[in-house]
Design a binder for this molecule. Structure first.
Ligand SMILES: *Cc1c(COP(=O)(O)O)cnc(C)c1O
Length: 402
């Protein structure tokens, strides 16, 4: 997944353009910038790549989620349904607009189970936020139907699945708004950064203003612009945007390499009858950022993860035990450890999350996710594949003996 593996001359050239004129900010200073508007250029390129009408770049993926929710008018006390398996950014963004993150079970797609979503909806629910974790997607069609039926916003978190598709459309472009991260470990990176995409003129217009203190961006005198509503600063700098432009051009190449490496590993692991693979919804195509496998039980998965480590197979994750990606370790959320006081609505709403999610535990307990790197040569991947097979087979051999 990491775009930093492909950092090189193209990125340096784009950054040099910015350094040569010294305008590090995306707005204003028109006379000094020698025609370079890197953030704007990245937005145009990104909207075109994602086949949406609009793209708004911002300072991070977390900012993209926050701006997405704010732009659609999600605010105090509104409930947003999100999965138990994601990165903490999901609930951070929801909380930061004053809303309440409501956790919901996942299924064998490793993201929101549509049936569980439907039973989580209340009169306060305003949005559903599926997270396309580890390179593959939620059952978007089912989720869209639910959202349409209940008049809810569908916000796709595609931070870990850029380059994947659903019904032939780029992930992130299927719902009302899609969000991406370009942080240092994502498929394309600009150091820190993110973007949201949408076909809605009004969400795009709101986002453009909101991420820049509410500036209306009318006229050429920034100081004379008015502020139609309250905003914030989630702007992306020209330096970061410059890196993003070069990285985006490499996206297809990156996905191709991920797919090659993923396929070699998957075909090798298919030889082990006890191993199965994460379900990819019909009409979905992964980004191949990770290979996600199921072992028969939590015990064998845990053992498998340990054995992989002992065989020097790095970058394999057992998310079930992870502090940042699974609800079991989010005691700061569940116990409401906030620096400042949370609103009464948030305090009341968050209590809902203090329950068990048995289906999530079953699927995550069985899951090992292996990061796919693009820098591996075919030889290296094959070597890795045989190490993985040897390691994982040993789990089951030991089982039959004991
Ligand atoms: C990385 C990530 C984010 C947040 O992105 P940042 O740019 O690090 O703020 C949000 N959601 C998911 C699923 C992510 O992996």
């Amino acid at each position: 997944m990491p775009g930093f593996e492909l950092f090189g001359a193209e990125e340096k050239k784009e950054v040099q353009d910015v350094l040569d004129n010294g305008v590090l900010m995306r707005y204003g200073f028109d006379g000094n910038r020698n025609g370079h508007y890197k953030a704007l250029e990245l937005e145009k390129d990104f909207a075109s790549k994602m086949q949406t009408k609009h793209a708004q770049v911002v300072s991070s993926g977390t900012a993209a989620l926050t701006v997405a929710l704010a732009s659609a008018g999600i605010g105090a006390g509104d409930e947003v349904i999100m999965p138990t398996f994601t990165f903490v950014a999901s609930f951070e963004a929801i909380l930061s607009v004053g809303a309440v993150p409501v956790l919901c079970d996942i299924d064998d797609t490793l993201t929101l189970n549509p049936k569980a979503v439907e039973s989580t909806i209340t009169s306060k629910t305003k949005a559903v936020m599926p997270v396309h974790m580890c390179g593959s997607m939620a059952d978007l069609k089912a989720l869209k139907n639910i959202c349409e039926k209940h008049n809810l916003l569908l916000v796709e978190d595609a931070c870990q699945a850029i380059g994947g598709t659903y019904e032939g459309k780029p992930l992130g472009s299927y719902g009302d708004i899609g969000c991406f991260s370009f942080d240092y470990v994502k498929t394309i990176t600009c150091g820190e950064g993110g973007a949201l995409i949408t076909n809605s003129d009004s969400y795009a217009d709101n986002a453009h203003k909101y991420q820049d203190h509410g500036h209306d961006h009318i006229g050429s005198d920034r100081g004379a612009e008015t502020h139609p509503f309250l905003g914030y600063n989630y702007r992306l700098s020209e330096l970061n945007a410059a890196v993003g432009i070069a990285q985006l051009r490499k996206l297809d190449h990156t996905i191709k390499l991920q797919k090659r490496n993923y396929t070699i590993l998957r075909e090798a692991l298919q030889e082990i009858p006890e191993i199965s693979f994460r379900r990819v919804p019909e009409s979905g195509v992964e980004s191949y950022a990770f290979l996600n496998i199921f072992l028969p039980s939590a015990t064998t998965a845990k053992k498998g993860h340990t054995v992989l480590g002992a065989h020097q197979v790095d970058a394999c994750f057992y998310w079930f035990d992870n502090n940042w990606h699974y609800y079991k370790k989010w005691e700061h959320l569940l116990e409401q450890k906030s620096l400042g006081k949370l609103s009464i609505e948030q305090q009341d709403g968050l209590i809902k999350n203090r329950r068990s999610f048995p289906d999530s535990d079953i699927w995550m307990g069985r899951t090992i996710s292996c990061l796919i790197k693009v820098g591996w040569s075919e030889e290296q991947v094959k070597e890795r594949a045989s190490k993985m097979v040897e390691a994982l087979q040993s789990v089951f051999q030991k089982n039959t003996v004991s």
